[in-house]
Design a protein around this ligand. Sequence first.
Ligand code: GLN
Length: 258
Amino acid sequence: MKKLGLLSLFLILSIFIAACGSTDTKSGKEEKGGGKVYKVGVDTTYPPFEFKEGNDYKGIDIDLINAIAKNQGFKIELSPMDFGGIIPAMQANQLDVAIAGMSITDERKKVVDFSTPYFDAGLTVVVKNDNSTIKSVDDLKGKTVAVKKGTTGAKYAQDNAAKLGINVVQFNDSPAMFQEVSNGNADALIEDYPVISYAIAQKDLGLKIVGDRLNGDQYGIAVLKGQNQDLLKKIDKGLAELKKDGTYDKIIKTYLGE
Ligand code: GLN
């Protein structure tokens, strides 16, 4: 009897300990063994940088952050969300890192620290295929322009709305913004060049790019300002090593070809 009592006590204890262990891992903060798991904010859907295929996230940003983490020996957990929510989530300490086709801007540098640039993008104007009157940003007077919340494209449109004489409408994600122009509800949209050219090549969206790029936006990986200097150093070191050993080029080639 006494033996049995001890045995069940032991069993209950082991179940309790196992349960504690699994809660720890689930919280995404501390891994078993004490290593921190960094929460990485990514856009919900932003091919070729991030997109869902089956149950997996894929894309240049996803492969890049996984490769950097592997190279530098840290652990990550992806947290997909609307782009407009990423910086607020960082400020609320809900994310440690963001890689989301995020352009490096002076305004954002006030709230996050950026890695060295990893991709040249730049904004562009996009219209319906059969539109023959809008040939550049200068032809947008009196037009409705779709943008995505919290992006440099949205900022460009808002900052220049009066000068260009445009009406700006905002969307939470890129597919919704593309749809608005495809179905004729908006006359034009502003999106990052590599993203819209990839989308047009992949799908028949009925859209085309017009005019020159509006700026020279470059993408960077963001970490919490002033709080994650060690992590930022690792990210920069990892990025440099992946560029040197050919991994970076391989990742770009996987999604963009030559
Ligand atoms: N590069 C743009 C920005 O940083 C858009 C990013 C995005 O939509 N994921 O604002």
